[in-house]
Each structure stands twice: as structure tokens, then as C-alpha cells.
Design a protein around this ligand. Structure first.
Ligand SMILES: Nc1ncnc2c1ncn2[C@@H]1O[C@H](COP(=O)(O)OP(=O)(O)O)[C@@H](O)[C@H]1O
Ligand SMILES: [Mg+2]
Length: 447
């Protein structure tokens, strides 16, 4: 029996992910109407090219003329949205456009003719053992495969040939700036390979946008603002791709005053300090640098350096993986605010891992965080990412363990005042007015 795992829309296309009896997932795109329109556009383009004897027309005007022709001939009116998407597909990545546009598709892999495979963030987040899943998009023969290989090379401004059989390049920024890896069939077992590693989009960074697309409520924003203004600390937890870095960035840019001195520590640079701010960012070097052969510049060393620089008021670790967590806790102890993300399916799981090797935080140290914000995928009107829980870790002296005080649960409509009243550690000093004003001010200034 085939089970439907999730369904959502990408542009005019409908995407369904299914799981069959053997446990294999499949990514199914349904966009017959748009594809039909695109095929007709294609046909017309050929007619136009034949008719004008290799005219100097650029692709854009060719497609436009082809659509005009198509509309003239059609009796039935074509839905404008379908025509628009077909237009875009024809100009850009054709059959693969949906995969390029789907924010849940992380990588696309094509090996010779046949089905196209993808790595899907939702499936990977729920099934750590799942990797690539098959799509119903098929490149039917070698001819079509080579057409796509050349298309990607061309879009990246390269030429793939026997002389340059391997290409690593980027698509134009306007197409998402994704990384492409092409291997000519000559050196790939006669099949050839096309891999598109999608660049995570970094445009969606405003708190306001995250509120309007349902990741969190405005009242949660006010609560987070409150904690930040009191120089508290927040731990963002979630599976890969659930939006941890996105939320962290939004909090940083929209909720932290620009005149606070902030130090950002990262392994892979994802969080640019805003222009004109006095924030500093340390990134661990790709190669091994040692200081006289002893110190390695990992996140831990960099966090220690940020801690020594007493001017910092707020320390951000892009993604906590190891012992740097202990330094962050030390910073919190010294009265600095802290913000970081941590991989995990729930607050409980995160606490388990934070208190086990190699991180080994004590229960008391974990309880220094003011809030644990848990993100995950939610299936509701499609597939979204959302704050599914907010908890306050409390130290239980008798048990020497951490107890979670639940502040917010997904789906409830709690106001800021209610959320605030549930906090046990930060006294209920009513900051609501100043927090509301600041949020309004910050947003106005950025608009
Ligand atoms: N609320 C959201 N709405 C739409 N796209 C989102 C949202 N949050 C994150 N994304 C996108 O999902 C991808 C993964 O997000 P990221 O923050 O890097 O996840 P994580 O840090 O949890 O691995 C990015 O491409 C990002 O732009
Ligand atoms: Mg991340």
C-alpha cells in the first residue's frame, strides 16, 4: 500500500511525497497542464525559428512570440498563472524548474537518462537514514540528458566537453546561485552526472516575514525580544533544515539593538554582521592553524577569545556542536546574552545530548538558558516550518536534573502577557510596553 506522506504546492505544481510498502519514498510532481503549455510553446519556438532563418532573436522574445502565437490559436482561454509558469520554465530550467523552486529540495542528482533524484529536507529530518528519493521527473534518453547538461553548463557560463569533462560552477545569483557539478559521460561510465547542490536562500531573514509565513506568532516575537533585552539567552533546537539558522538570523537582525557589541562565532559563515554595525564575526579557518603547534582555532578557542574581549555584550554561536557550549555558558554566567542553535528533534533530546559526552554540560549549566525554542516541520495547509514549542529549562536541585517548564505549545493562541506570566526564572517585570515599542521602532527603521 502506498501512503501519502505530505502534499503541497510549488508555484502551479502539486507535489506529493509517498511511501510504498517497501518503505521507499517517492517525490511526485503533478503539473500536466503547465507542461502541456510549455510543450506547445516549444513547438511554436521551433516554427518561429524555422520561419525566420536563424534570426537574431534572443530566447526571451522568442518565447514571448511563441506564447502570443499559442494564445491566438487556442480557443479555450489558458489560465494566466499556467502561461506565466510555463514561460518561466521554458526560459530557465524546464522540467527541473519545480525542483529548483521547491524550498524543501536540498540537492538534485541525475545520473544518465532516467529518473531524477532529490534530497528532501522534510524526509531527511524525519528519517535520518533516508537520503535521496526518486522523483517522477524522467529524462527519457541520452539526447535529453545531454540537453540538460548543456543547459546547466551554459547557465553557469561554462562549456562542458571532452576537453573539460568536469565542471564545478555556480548558477547565476538571479537563479538562486546554486552550485552545479557536471561530469561528462565519457568519464562517467557512459552515463554522465548532473548534481545541483542548492544554496540555502538567505533572503528570508526578517522577523516580520517569518511571522507572516507562520513560523512564529507576534506574541512569541515579543517574548523573545523581552529575553534579549534582559540579556538572557536562547537555544534554538530543531532537525536539519527546520529553519534554526533562519530564525537565529532574524532574531539577530531585528531584535538585538545595533549598538550592542555582538560577537558571532561560526564554523561555516552563514550570518553576516549587518553593514555599519560594530559586530564582529569569527569564523574557524578551513585549514588547520595552530599556534606554536598547540592551539587549534576551533569554535571553542574563538568563543574563548570573544569572551576575553570584555566589550562584547552578546555572544552568538551559529551552530553549537561541541565543547564551545561550555564557554557560552561561562559567558552567560558573566552576564552576557547568548544565542545559538543546536541539532535535535526536541528540547528533551537537546538536553540529553548537551549533558552527555563530548559536551558534558551539567544540569545547572543547561538551566542557564532562559528559553529553548524548538522548531520543526508542520503539515498543515502544505508543508511549513514552525516553532512547535518553547520551554524554560529549570534546575531541579533535589534531582540534580533539568525540568522543562512549557511556555508555548504549537497551535495555541497565547498572548504575550500570558507567555510572560508562565516564565519562572525571569521575574514578571512587565516590559511589555517597552518591548512593543522597540519592536515597532526597529521594524519602522528597517522598512
Ligand atoms: N519560515 C520559513 N519559510 C520558508 N523557508 C524557510 C523558513 N525557514 C527556513 N527556510 C528555508 O529553509 C532552508 C533551511 O533553513 P535553515 O535555517 O538553514 O535550517 P537549519 O539551520 O535548521 O538547518 C533555508 O533555505 C531557508 O531559507
Ligand atoms: Mg543551520
Amino acid at each position: 500500500m502506498t501512503e501519502i506522506i505530505v502534499e503541497y504546492r510549488v508555484g502551479t505544481a502539486k507535489v506529493t511525497i509517498t511511501k510504498d510498502a517497501e518503505g521507499s519514498f517517492q517525490y511526485i510532481v503533478r503539473e500536466q497542464e503547465v507542461e502541456d503549455v510549455r510543450k506547445e510553446i516549444r513547438k511554436n519556438i521551433e516554427v518561429i525559428i524555422m520561419g525566420s532563418e536563424g534570426s537574431g532573436n534572443d530566447m526571451y522574445s522568442l518565447v514571448k512570440t511563441a506564447i502570443r502565437l499559442l494564445k491566438m490559436r487556442k480557443k479555450r482561454k489558458l489560465p494566466e498563472a499556467n502561461v506565466a509558469y510555463a514561460f518561466r520554465k521554458e526560459l530557465k530550467y524546464k522540467k527541473l524548474q519545480v525542483l529548483i523552486d521547491d524550498p524543501h529540495v536540498e540537492d538534485i542528482s541525475i545520473v544518465g537518462p532516467g529518473n531524477v533524484w532529490v534530497r528532501h529536507s522534510y524526509i531527511v529530518s524525519r528519517n535520518p537514514q533516508a537520503d535521496y528519493i526518486k522523483t517522477n521527473i524522467v529524462l527519457k534518453d541520452m539526447f535529453e540528458f545531454l540537453e540538460y547538461m548543456n543547459l546547466f553548463a551554459e547557465k553557469a557560463g561554462k562549456l562542458i566537453s571532452r576537453a573539460t569533462p568536469i565542471i564545478d560552477a555556480n548558477l547565476p545569483e538571479s537563479d538562486g546561485g546554486h552550485r552545479i557539478h557536471l561530469v561528462h559521460p565519457d568519464i562517467a561510465d557512459g552515463k554522465g552526472e548532473i548534481v545541483i547542490r542548492k544554496k540555502k536562500s538567505s533572503t528570508l531573514v526578517r522577523v516580520k516575514e517569518l511571522v507572516s509565513n507562520g513560523m512564529l506568532t507576534r506574541d512569541i516575537v515579543l517574548l523573545l525580544q523581552d529575553i534579549i533585552m534582559k540579556r538572557g539567552s536562547i537555544l534554538i533546537v530543531g532537525p536539519p533544515g527546520s529553519g534554526k539558522t533562519t530564525l537565529l538570523r532574524a532574531i539577530l537582525y531585528d531584535l538585538i539593538p545595533r549598538d550592542w557589541k555582538v560577537a558571532i562565532i561560526e564554523d561555516t559563515p552563514e550570518i553576516d554582521p549587518p553593514q555599519g554595525s560594530c559586530w564582529v564575526r569569527y569564523v574557524t579557518p578551513m585549514y588547520r592553524i595552530t599556534n606554536g603547534g598547540s592551539i587549534e582555532f576551533d569554535q571553542m578557542t574563538l568563543t574563548k577569545a570573544a569572551l576575553r574581549s570584555s566589550v562584547n555584550r552578546f555572544i552568538v554561536i551559529g551552530e553549537t556542536r561541541g565543547a564551545e557550549a561550555r564557554v557560552l555558558v561561562q559567558a552567560m554566567n558573566m552576564g552576557m546574552g547568548g544565542l545559538t542553535t543546536f541539532h535535535g528533534g526536541s528540547a528533551e533530546e537537546a538536553i540529553m545530548r548537551l549533558t552527555s559526552p563530548p559536551i558534558n554540560l551539567t544540569a545547572q549549566q543547561v538551566a542557564m538558558f532562559n528559553l529553548i525554542v524548538t522548531l520543526n516541520y508542520v503539515v498543515e495547509n502544505g508543508l511549513r516550518r514552525a516553532v512547535v514549542a518553547i520551554d524554560e529549562p529549570i534546575y531541579d536541585k533535589d534531582e540534580d536534573s533539568v525540568v522543562l517548564n512549557n511556555i508555548y505549545e504549537y497551535g495555541e493562541n497565547a498572548t504575550y502577557d500570558i507567555l510572560l506570566s508562565r516564565l519562572q526564572k525571569i521575574s514578571g517585570v512587565n516590559l511589555s510596553k517597552s518591548a512593543v515599542n522597540l519592536y515597532a521602532k526597529v521594524n519602522k527603521a528597517r522598512r
